[in-house]
Design a binder for this molecule. Structure first.
Ligand code: AQP
Length: 333
């Protein structure tokens, strides 16, 4: 059993990276680089569970890679690559499809939320997506997985699959991976609806802050964000009844690396317009440099392709070694 801390996580190249990806995942990815061996993957096989225009997909893979680098990932410290270039993900994905249970997948709330009433028209890939996610993680025998709270259920499924595989084949092959979910800001909500998560696929541009937004766009989006007409309360109980307002407080808290109590003490009794002004200033300070860096990196696509190629070579070494062992345990030649 691999006792070393090995971190794996992925981001789908399905559009512009947003504040939810940054606060829920990427910020944590960067911190972990100095504590553990880290593998960060642009999960393009996951992206095609919903149809992607091929040329958009190519651009989005590079843009997500640029987002990784611009938020502080160092390709010399971490392995950065795209999933489809290491065939072991798909191969182990199939093996795990045969370990996982239909009943387990039927409980996945993200699938139900994404397909709504159109279940019959959803791709099979979207349904078995969590099994592929388990393969991504287990292919490297990863021990820790930094994700936003929306992925917690998928990670629990991955743990169940790893345990079942180990039990079925009577071999302690896979470590049972631990989720690393940010305590302060595990779920960034939409700026238009405090009950829906901020998401790339939300049709409204005003629902999210994209990492490439200009200062003007950020200010406009924060100004239009839903909040509350009364003043800011001094406790979480009252705020919890106003999810949009709570979301703004949480974003400010997380971006400024403060505690919730510190933020409340600063803003209690004031109007939300005051919080919005401070939040816009902070967002412009933190997010605009990231957006500028993404745009700069995208000017040299061959550099980004080179990073992915080099990362792929490193990922393949681990993946091929582990897959050989896994196939042998399953009974393949
Ligand atoms: N709103 C969010 N709050 C906190 N964390 C979030 N993450 C995504 N949205 C939020 C985390 O970001 C990582 C990468 O997610 P992803 O892009 O691979 O997939 P997703 O969760 O499906 O993100 P989107 O934006 O909702 O994409 P679409 O619209 O394409 O489905 C994950 O760790 C995720 O938890």
């Amino acid at each position: 059993m691999n006792k070393k801390k090995l971190v794996f996580s992925g981001v789908q190249p399905t559009g512009n990276l947003h504040l939810g990806n940054y606060l829920g995942a990427l910020k944590n990815f960067v911190k972990l680089q100095d504590e553990a061996e880290c593998i960060y993957c642009v999960v393009d096989l996951h992206a095609i569970t919903v149809f992607q225009d091929p040329s958009d997909l190519k651009n989005n893979i590079l843009e997500t890679t640029a987002g990784f680098l611009a938020t502080g990932l160092d390709y010399k410290k971490s392995i950065i690559f795209n999933q489809s270039s290491v065939s072991g993900h798909a191969e182990l994905g199939w093996i795990l499809n045969c370990v996982s249970k239909v009943g387990w997948l039927n409980r996945m709330t993200q699938f139900k939320d994404k397909v709504g009433k159109d279940k019959e028209k959803a791709s099979v890939g979207l349904y078995i997506y969590p099994n592929l996610m388990a393969a991504d993680i287990l292919l490297y025998k990863s021990t820790h997985v930094p994700v936003g709270a929306d992925q917690k259920q998928h990670l629990e499924l991955c743990r169940d699959i790893a345990q079942k595989f180990n039990a079925d084949f009577k071999k302690n092959l896979f470590p049972i991976p631990e989720p690393l979910i940010q305590k302060e800001m595990s779920r960034v909500m939409s700026l238009r609806d405090g009950m829906a998560k901020m998401s790339k696929s939300d049709e409204s541009n005003y629902s999210r802050i994209d990492l490439k937004d200009s200062a003007d766009e950020i200010i406009k989006k924060v100004k239009k964000a839903k909040s509350d007409s009364s003043s800011i309360p001094d406790n979480l109980k009252v705020l919890s009844e106003k999810p949009e307002a709570l979301n703004l407080i949480n974003i400010y808290t997380s971006l400024s690396d403060r505690s919730f109590d510190q933020t409340i003490n600063e803003f209690k009794g004031k109007d939300y317009s005051h919080l919005k002004n401070k939040l816009s200033e902070l967002l412009v300070e933190v997010i605009c440099p990231v957006g500028k860096e993404i745009k700069k990196l995208l000017e040299d696509k061959s550099f980004l392709e080179k990073i992915l190629r080099e990362g792929t070579e490193k990922a393949k070494v681990i993946a091929e070694r582990n897959l050989k062992e896994i196939k042998n345990v399953v009974g393949f030649f």
